[in-house]
Design a protein around this ligand. Sequence first.
Ligand SMILES: [Zn+2]
Length: 194
Amino acid sequence: MNESRMRRCRDRVFAMVTVSLAVLLLPVAFLSRPGRARELACAWALRLRFPAEDLTGLTPGARAAFDSARTDALWRHGRLLGLTSGHREPSVQQRLFDEEVRRSGSAASARLLVLPPGESSHVKGVALDVRPKQGARWLEEHGARYDLYRTYDNEWWHFEHRPGGVPPRRLPYPGAILDQDTVPLRTNGVRLAR
Ligand SMILES: [Zn+2]
């Protein structure tokens, strides 16, 4: 079995276990908050599945949208949605950008994957890097209902909360708009992922 098939298989088992846990926790959640039992049971089960995730620093709108989306993903379709990276302090974003500049050789090439703090949606608290891939696919399909959109071709995991009812134009990579005078826009056919 190759690695990606093993990962998919493992993710499916984790999803089944987490949904079962949410079902088991539902009566307790109902006693605690009858009106929000499904959301609460889902949050508890996901906390056990993704113990390291940190939702602090997201804007209240982004947080509420993500909570609603992952509650529906779990209860309606048995899909898990975890957060690998949400809000970032400017100093953290600067470090990530500097590391990518060093790794890739220039600021222009770093911007294919990482933006400096002044331009990053992670620093603004409206960006969410999600996992696993099946969860990201679910969010790509259903995210508009929660104003959550995938914004880059080369990052399947990166979504942004963009309220207002107008879906953002998906860009080929993070620095695309700002760089379009100097760096040619890439098409879907070019693989840019890390
Ligand atoms: Zn991101």
